[in-house]
Each structure stands twice: as C-alpha cells, then as structure tokens.
Write a protein that binds this ligand. Structure first.
Ligand code: NAD
Length: 465
C-alpha cells in the first residue's frame, strides 16, 4: 500500500468520525442554525468582494480543485454508502468532471463601447450571498460545481443540501472550506446548516441578506423557490427522449445509448430516459443494445416491474423512491430475474406508458416503436413535458436533426452520442451540475451568478481618438 492510499484512508476515517483533522469542532462552514450560516456568509462575501482581487479568486479556485481532486474517490464511496444510489466508478467520473471542467473567473467578461460621447463599460458583478439547494443525485458534484461557479462570480454561498446526502455534503463542504482558508481566503465563504430542512429554505428565501436562490433538483422545489418571490435560478427535472431514425448508425446508437442510460444507474437529469425509434430500425437497435449488455424484458415482465418500481394513486403513477439509482441487476431480481452482469434493463412499450412519461432515474429504458419520423418527434415532445432540459438524436439526416431540435426546444441537444457529452463528459464545452432550463440561464458557470453593472465616463473622456 503506498503512502497516498494510506493518507486517503486516514482522512476518510477522520471525516467519518465527524472530527475535523485540525481538531476543531467540525464547523469549517457547517453551522447548527441557518441564520448563523447566512450571517457568516454575508460577512465573508463583503470581504471577498472588497478585499480580494479576481486573481485571488483564480488562485483559490485552483486550491479548491486540488483539494476536491484529492478526495474524489472518498466522495464517491461516501455518496454510494449514504444514498445507496448509483455506481462508485461513475461517481468518480462525475466528481472529476466538475473539478476539471467547471470554469472559474475565465468566463467573466467585460463589454466596452467607446464613442464621441465617452466610454461605457459593463462588468459582471456579484449578487452577494446566494442560497443554493442541492440534490441527492449529484450531491458533492453540485457542491463543488456551484462553489467554483458562485465564488468565481464574487459571491458567497449558503447551501441547503438534500437530507439524504447531508453527511457527505458536510464533509465535502468542510474540505473545500479548508482549502479556501488555507490559501488565504475568508472563512465562511461557503456555509450550510448541518441538518438541512424546509424551514431553513424558507428562512433563506425570506432573508434580505440572500440576493439570489439557485435550486438544483425536482420541479416541486424549483416551483417553490419561484413562488417565494426571491430572484431564482431554477435547474429542474428532465426526462430526456432519444430519437433514432432510419438513417442512423445503429451500432453507434446502441453503444452510446447503452453507455449514457446506464451511467451512474441513470441518476443524471440529462441521461437518456426513453427511446423513440423508427419501426424499420427498431429490431436492429434492440438486438445491438442486447449485444452491448442490455437485458431485454418481455411485455409481461415489464408490467410486473411497473407494479414493483412505481406507485399508483388515483390512477396516477409515480416513482417508488426505494428503487431510484439501484443497479439493473437488483431491479431485475425484484421480478425474479437473475442477471448481475447487465447495467441496463430495456423494454418495449407504447408511447404513453408510465415508464415513458414519468422521470424514473433508474437503469430501466423503455423503447417505443414509431411508424414515422413525425411520430417519433411528436411522442418525444410529449415525453419531455416542456421541461426544456435535454434531448438526443441518432441520424445522418440534417433536416430531421434540425426539425427535432426546433420542436423539442431543450437546453441541451446532442447528436450521435450519449447525452453525457452535453455536460462535457467526453464532449466539448464546460461541465455543470446546474442546468437551468426553466429559468433560461442554461448550462450555468460563473457568469450565470453575476449581475451586470455599467460604468460611464462621459464627455468623450478616456479615449485616444
Ligand atoms: P428533490 O427535488 O427531491 O430534492 C432536491 C432538493 O430540494 C433537496 O435539497 C431537497 O431537500 C429540496 N426540496 C425538495 N422539495 C422542496 C420544497 N418543496 N421546497 C424547498 N426545497 C425542497 O430532487 P432529488 O431527488 O434530490 O434529485 C433528482 C431530481 O433533480 C430529478 O428530478 C432531476 O432531474 C433533478 N436534477 C436536475 C438537475 C439540473 O441541472 N437541471 C441536476 C440534478 C438533478
């Protein structure tokens, strides 16, 4: 065992015991009461904005990346243990993606206009203190990503994390907090209440010290924030459809859909949730997905599975949370099928089946055969439900791709690849865990958490012509 592994184990034992390594009370940004967390973050933000330069932000963000990188495997292990969801190796990939590919201050720009009447500059200024709500599906990933983006924009952050991931979130926050302070940054630039609850969220939305709320999670939470009257950036649910037409490279489609839909047991909001394939390509796609490792279940088994993993009330289906993010093999076992090798269950269903219309967050992918391309588009738009989140297409027909992109209006639209590429995992562009479809900021980065301020020098001043 090398020294690095021994150090990692020691660190993990210390954090699991809830003792901060420097022998403190385990605070490092973690507070018992949200009011104290807000007050401390308020003081920190004033200092961060007034005393520190943009170059300091850059340096401290690099220190945050280094600390998170060192602990990425521990985060993955602790999330898996605390939430019981997803896959360890994929969680490492997600953590590393936000560590390496969340932009810092480099995405902040200044606009300038000069003319006979003088000079105008517009800069990206901080909001102040941001209240950030984070999900159980990407707990540390969202904290790391939001921290880099929000403090990069000159803000401080008070987090209210998902109760189902509160321990690992507190550990992650403390590690990032320590990196900030050890590198000369202010204390309490990132804070949280140790025991997250709805009361804390209400206190955050009604606090005059908090200027912006950012909600990453389900639509219930996003809508609650929007109703609060506080300025909100909302990153809500998705139910990404995939359309496969008769010009698609089916080998590629099978491989990429399998990879994307099974990644972290389909916990990502942007993961492929249902497939609409043209009849002429359907048999080949299903055969090739099975060759990739997918387990195809029969119609009878599909109905049996629906009764297990969904709840039915007043004729409406909803997900039984107990099954969210579980391994495909465990899900199959619930209906008496033994296959621990597969990462993805696939089934054939009509376009209005609950597996198609309800966001599952499980490695169970329904496939709908459609007579025409027009049917694929129509059913995909219905399944996406106006979330404006993510959609994907496998095709070589440019007209088809343009048509679907226009109809679906999603924030992310991927072509001929797993939707994972949409957040820079194996694709170009930056990574974010806060995809703000409902409020329109899109794939957030530091610039999303800034407000524009204009500075004028009139009467033709400060020009050289
Ligand atoms: P969730 O909605 O259950 O919880 C998210 C957060 O909201 C938690 O911190 C929770 O405590 C809080 N919350 C829940 N109801 C609330 C309410 N009424 N008022 C205030 N806060 C409330 O979501 P989850 O199960 O943790 O995450 C999965 C969901 O999040 C999926 O729908 C997924 O698509 C979505 N998601 C979206 C993005 C994105 O970038 N758009 C990213 C990750 C997850």
């Amino acid at each position: 065992m090398n020294e690095a592994i021994i150090k990692e184990i020691v660190r993990e034992i210390v954090y699991r015991a809830g003792i901060s390594p420097e022998g403190g009370k385990g605070d490092n940004g973690v507070f018992e009461h949200v009011e104290d967390a807000i007050d401390a973050a308020y003081e920190a933000q004033r200092e961060w904005y007034i005393k520190y330069k943009v170059e300091d932000r850059r340096r401290i963000i690099e220190a945050i990346r280094a600390a998170a990188r060192e602990n990425a495997r521990m985060f993955a292990r602790m999330i898996r243990e605390e939430t019981g969801m997803g896959r360890y190796e994929d969680k490492i990939t997600k953590n590393l993606a936000v560590i390496e590919k969340t932009p810092g201050v480099e995405c902040l720009t200044t606009d300038a206009i000069s003319g006979d009447s003088g000079l105008m500059i517009e800069e990206m200024a901080p909001y102040g203190v941001i209240g950030a709500i984070t999900p159980s599906t990407n707990p540390t990933e969202t904290i790391i990503n939001n921290t880099i983006s929000m403090i990069g924009g000159g803000n401080s952050v008070v987090f209210n994390v998902h109760p189902g991931a509160k321990k690992v979130c507190a550990v992650c926050l403390q590690i990032l907090h320590k990196a900030i302070v050890e590198n000369g940054g202010p204390e309490n630039l990132i804070t949280m209440q140790r025991e997250p609850d709805m009361e804390a969220v209400n206190k955050m939305t009604s606090s005059p010290k908090i200027r912006l709320m950012v909600g990453t999670g389900g639509m219930g939470m996003v809508n609650a924030l929007l109703r609060s009257g506080k300025k909100t950036i909302g990153a809500g649910a998705g139910n990404p459809p995939v359309v496969v037409d008769d010009t698609a490279d089916i080998d590629k489609a099978a491989e990429e859909i399998y990879r994307g839909a099974s990644f972290d047991n389909n916990l990502l909001c942007l993961a492929e949730k249902e497939v609409f394939v043209m009849e002429s390509a359907a048999d080949e796609l299903i055969r090739k997905m099975c060759a990739q490792g997918a387990h195809l279940i029969t119609e009878e088994e599909t109905e049996k599975l629906l009764q297990v993993v969904f709840l039915k009330k007043d004729g409406h289906y909803s997900v039984n949370k107990k099954w969210v993010g579980k391994d495909a093999g465990v899900i199959l076992e619930s209906i008496g099928i033994h296959d621990t090798d597969t990462r993805l269950v696939i089934c054939q269903v009509p376009h209005d089946h609950p597996f198609v219309l309800v966001e599952q967050l499980m490695p169970v992918l329904p496939i709908v055969r459609c007579k025409t391309f027009e049917d694929c588009v129509k059913y995909a738009v219905t399944a996406e439900s106006g979330n404006r989140h993510t959609a994907s297409m496998f095709s070589k027909n440019v007209d088809h791709m343009t048509r679907f992109a226009k109809e679906i209006e999603t924030t992310i639209f991927t072509k001929n690849a797993a939707t994972l590429v949409g957040v820079g995992i194996g694709g170009e562009g930056h990574t974010t865990m806060t995809i703000a479809g409902p409020t329109g900021e899109g794939l957030t980065c530091a610039r999303s958490f800034t407000r524009r301020r204009r500075c004028m020098l009139a009467d033709g001043g400060l020009r050289v012509i």
